[in-house]
Design a protein around this ligand. Structure first.
Ligand SMILES: [Zn+2]
Length: 734
């Protein structure tokens, strides 16, 4: 099918499976502006109609007059821009990138116009009032799903300041603008500080212990900086503070003095002091050669967020964040973090003692005085001595076809579905992309065999044209057409593993298997939803701190012995993964896990308290507040120049403000959900099937149509407990 043969509406028709090859950069540039203009006109028409209805004091607004047209409007944009963004991620080219970038501002602007429409806001408020006033079963009464959708829309619009007026709204908008600028500056200064510091080695003694791959990276960095003759063997080598060079250097360098120097530079980045706060090269020539300093930005950001919260009617920014989350109070979050902290602290102390003992066995002088720059190094030595897990050497046991078989049969067993190849039944964007269908029922006699969903799997990396990482995205969302026929959900599942070479299939690392299971968990929630209102179907409308529940839940199965060994098969010998290797995977899961838990708890608590307790007149600086928290959440206290907050980009340059805790929150939910299967016995087939059906009927089916706490309790029969995560992470004192 040549692009010219496809009728114009086919290109961005807004429904059905996309014809990817028709969505060319030229088509994007040609048709998106028309689409947006169309949507603008439609939005105006909707607003006009609503305004007229709102003007009638006794007029009753119906869901189908307000929400349905808005949903259809949003869906046309989501479908079209979704495909373009999808292709931009998986079939990138300079032309497509340019076409995408050229339209993005208009798309964002349209989204803002809808999200900030006062007429729509008033219409939503009217729906809400009608619902509250109507008796049960009366006109205007909304069902539970509709109530959730409406409440979320109202809340999101309120948080954009739509409910404000006059001077309050002006101040809100000005502060939003300033906050956006401050975040960008915070991120840029951090980046400049990170990139502005380098350390050049020319003596081979300075790179002692570093693996070849790291030496090659450092030599390459040296060449890029002008050392044309740099080689991995003879140097020179250039170290930097980016994670790719910094983290392995701390892990492998035998030179304690150099580890200390790079550590000190790293923790003081962009703090106005230390080696990594000097002015960046790009600004060095300017008159304002002040050091890079994020401290003033931090105070201003926190102050502005607090003011914004007060304008919106909340006491502080933490409450604003929690308004849209599963966790209902700060106390609930703190309670959970405290359980993890209390369990992790004593074990983290033991972990540190084990590192010191290891250093002592090696006769290292630092054995009696371990410092933060020693931890990675000795942890790596101890890990190698305890279990030498070579993730590369496990690849032959994980050929992709076998892993997929294992994953699909697990889904059949747990969720009573059949997953079958349907290649050729849908257009794809690359010959390697596969298409699968999910059918009801997992075998003879059970289920109807009815199709319920489908997904694309794009497994292999394509450097240069495909974004790195792995993700699940929505192609089609479950819904019902106006004529009553169902739209079945379709997912994009994207991974980045090595492609097959000749007769060798794609061989995966264990981490890649975990990643596939993770994304498939998101996909299952999208595809097995039974909610037919797209605003609450699948992952839509699920609170942010609960959305990783199905994905991390699926990861747990990679550590289930029967599931894992059952899907391993050496691609040449046919042997399953040896037991000894499985034991190493288990050991790796809990190695230094208390330290890692404590670190996350520290970050989460600091984030939360900065956004709830701190204000300019509170009598302490953000750093003092952080150090007070560190007293109970670190085993090695932060050194004097440790200015971690100046590089806490998640909360000051990203979207995690008062939400960093979500990582741990979701882990608690997913571990606790998995423990329901452990409780009935992982060998008890009938009970596992029952529990799997219940998981499908609650977590995977209900999507955003119910509060996640209610969904979880319906599955688990009680509120979430941190016990399972504490146990899985090995946080039980020896
Ligand atoms: Zn995820």
């Amino acid at each position: 099918m040549s692009p010219s043969a496809i009728a114009l509406p086919e290109v961005l028709r807004g429904e059905g499976l996309p014809v990817f090859e028709a969505i060319t950069p030229d088509a994007v540039t040609a048709h998106i502006p028309g689409l947006i203009a169309d949507l603008e006109a439609e939005l105006s028409a909707i607003e006009q109609k609503l305004e007229a209805q709102l003007a009638q004091a006794d007029g009753v607004l119906s869901w189908s007059a307000v929400m349905d047209p808005l949903q259809r409007l949003g869906e046309r944009l989501r479908w079209s821009w979704g495909v373009v963004s999808h292709l931009n991620g998986v079939c990138n080219s300079p032309e497509l990138r340019e076409a995408h970038a050229g339209q993005q501002a208009a798309v964002v602007q349209f989204g803002n116009r809808v999200g900030q429409s006062r007429i729509i806001y008033r219409a939503l408020e009217r729906l809400q009032l009608q619902h509250e006033a109507a008796g049960s079963g009366a006109a205007g009464q909304l069902d539970g799903t509709q109530q959730r959708i409406l409440a979320a829309e109202l809340r999101d619009m309120q948080l954009r300041g739509v409910g404000l007026s006059g001077a309050q709204q002006q101040a809100f908008n000005a502060a939003s603008q300033e906050l956006a600028e401050l975040s960008t500056r915070f991120g840029n200064q951090l980046l400049d500080a990170t990139n502005g510091w380098t350390l050049r080695f020319s003596d081979p003694a300075e790179v002692e212990g570093l693996p070849e791959s790291l030496k090659a990276q450092l030599a390459q960095a040296a060449r890029a900086a002008g050392d044309d003759d740099a080689t991995p063997e003879a140097g020179p080598w250039l170290l930097g503070l980016d994670m790719h060079r910094y983290a392995p250097f701390l892990k492998y360098s035998r030179r304690r003095d150099l580890r200390e120097r790079v550590y000190r530079a790293h923790v003081s980045r962009a703090s106005g002091q230390g080696e990594a706060s000097a002015v960046s090269a790009s600004e060095a020539g300017s008159d304002t050669s002040e050091p890079l300093n994020n401290w003033p930005l931090i105070e201003r950001i926190l102050e502005l967020r607090r003011e914004q919260a007060e304008r919106l009617g909340y006491p502080n920014w933490a409450e604003v964040s929690l308004a849209a989350k599963m966790a209902d109070t700060e106390a609930a979050v703190e309670g959970l973090l405290e359980e993890l902290r209390a369990a992790a602290l004593p074990v983290a102390r033991q972990e540190l003692e084990a590192l010191a003992a290891c250093a002592a066995r090696h006769g290292a002088p630092e054995a009696d005085d371990l410092q933060p720059w020693d931890v990675s190094f000795w942890a790596e030595v101890l890990r190698r001595e305890s279990f030498e897990l070579d993730s590369e050497s496990l690849r032959p046991y994980f050929p992709l076809p076998r892993v997929l078989e294992g994953l699909f049969s697990l889904c059949g067993r747990l969720f009573d579905v059949t997953i079958e190849a349907a290649d050729g039944e849908a257009p794809v964007w690359h010959p390697d992309v596969r298409y699968f269908r999910i059918l009801e029922g997992s075998g003879a006699g059970s289920g109807s065999g009815q199709p319920i969903a489908a997904f694309y799997l794009d497994p292999y990396s394509r450097p240069g044209s495909k974004r790195g990482g792995a993700w699940m995205d929505e192609c089609l969302v479950r819904s019902r057409r106006p004529d009553g026929t169902p739209v079945l959900p379709v997912a994009y599942l994207i991974c980045n593993q090595s492609p097959p070479v000749g007769d060798t299939p794609s061989l995966m690392t264990f981490e890649e298997v975990e990643t596939l299971f993770h994304e498939f968990g998101h996909g299952l929630q999208h595809m097995l939803t039974t909610v037919e209102r797209p605003e609450a179907a699948g992952i839509n409308g699920v609170e942010w701190d609960a959305v990783e529940l199905p994905s991390q839940f699926m990861e747990n199965w990679c550590y289930d012995r029967a599931t894992l060994l059952g899907m391993t098969c050496h691609w040449q010998s046919g042997e399953p993964l040896p037991e000894a290797e499985f034991a190493k995977l288990q050991a790796a899961r809990t190695f230094m896990a208390a330290a890692a838990t404590l670190r996350q708890v520290h970050f989460a608590l600091v984030d939360l308290k900065l956004h709830s307790q701190w204000h300019p007149g509170c009598g302490q600086s953000p750093e003092q507040l952080r150090r007070a928290i560190a007293q109970t959440t670190t085993v090695l206290p932060p050194i004097d120049e440790d200015a971690f907050l100046c590089s806490f980009g998640h909360i000051f340059a990203g979207g995690y403000a008062a939400g960093y805790y979500s990582y741990k929150w979701a882990e608690v939910l997913s571990a606790d959900a998995f423990s329901a299967f452990e409780e009935v016995g992982l060998e008890n087939e009938a009970a596992i099937r029952d529990t799997g059906r219940r998981f499908r009927d609650t977590v995977l089916s209900l999507g955003g149509s119910r509060h996640p706490a209610e969904v979880f309790e319906t599955f688990r029969g009680r509120r979430p407990s941190s016990e399972a995560l504490i146990r899985h992470t090995g946080l039980v004192p020896a």
